[in-house]
Design a binder for this molecule. Structure first.
Ligand code: G6P
Ligand code: MG
Length: 218
């Protein structure tokens, strides 16, 4: 029986995945690095540092240049997220958060982002969740299971009784590595490894989803 639900933030509860993309694109353009929306798919859910490494491929930069680029990308991102309001919570999210709470299920955010706290507050959903695990919580980023295990610990729910909602391949991998249930949001080319794949949180009913999970392992 699932007692804890962990939501990834960027691309699951809100479309900040788009803002991350725009910030990376701006940095890439300034640096003359070839990068586009398609390339960005590989960065979904990946930590800031690992994202930059994937972007620059085998181009050589010094440690201080890398630090500067990471700070610059974050400035662009921070400039974009000041505009976030409760209207930016994706369809279906509030209804599901409410339903879960009503059912007595513990709820956490499990995001690799160091900006997760700010985004959660701007979205006005801080009081809908019991815990936030973010980019400061653990050392090993997704696809390592550490972040989700940390979230489960904060909720005091064993991993096998936790369910994760993820929009990223690395996130689904992390959830499975943690021994949790995984629901992938988006195209199955991206999140097909999850137990259940849905287009988004819109219209998700807890009872129906639990049936689908049971079918998936039957
Ligand atoms: C999330 C996003 C990634 C982002 C990462 C780090 O996982 O999906 O696109 O790179 O967080 O975010 P940060 O705000 O710390 O740069
Ligand atoms: Mg995400």
């Amino acid at each position: 029986k699932i007692q804890g639900v962990i939501f990834d933030l960027d691309g699951v509860l809100t479309d900040t995945a788009e803002y991350h993309y725009q910030a990376w694109q701006k940095l890439a353009d300034e640096e003359g690095i070839e990068f586009n929306r398609q390339d960005n798919e590989a960065l979904r859910g990946i930590s800031r540092g690992a994202s930059l490494m994937l972007m620059i491929k085998n181009r050589k930069f010094s440690e201080s240049q890398i630090q500067e680029m990471l700070e610059r990308k974050n400035r662009y991102y921070v400039d974009l997220i000041v505009n976030i309001t409760p209207k930016d919570v994706l369809p279906g999210a509030i209804a599901l958060l409410d339903e879960l709470r009503q059912q007595g299920i513990k709820i956490a955010i499990g995001s690799a982002s160091k900006n997760a706290q700010v985004v959660v507050e701007r979205l006005g959903i801080a009081n809908h969740v019991d815990a936030i695990a973010d980019g400061y919580s653990v050392q090993q980023p997704k696809p390592a299971p550490d972040l989700f295990l940390h979230a489960a610990q904060q909720l005091a729910v064993p991993p096998e009784q936790c369910l994760v909602f993820e929009d990223a391949a690395a996130g689904v991998e992390a959830a499975l590595a943690a021994g949790m249930w995984a629901v992938g949001l988006g195209p199955s080319e991206r999140v097909g490894a999850a137990h259940v794949v849905l287009p988004s949180l819109a219209g998700v009913k807890w009872a129906e989803l639990q049936d689908k999970l049971r079918e998936a392992v039957a």
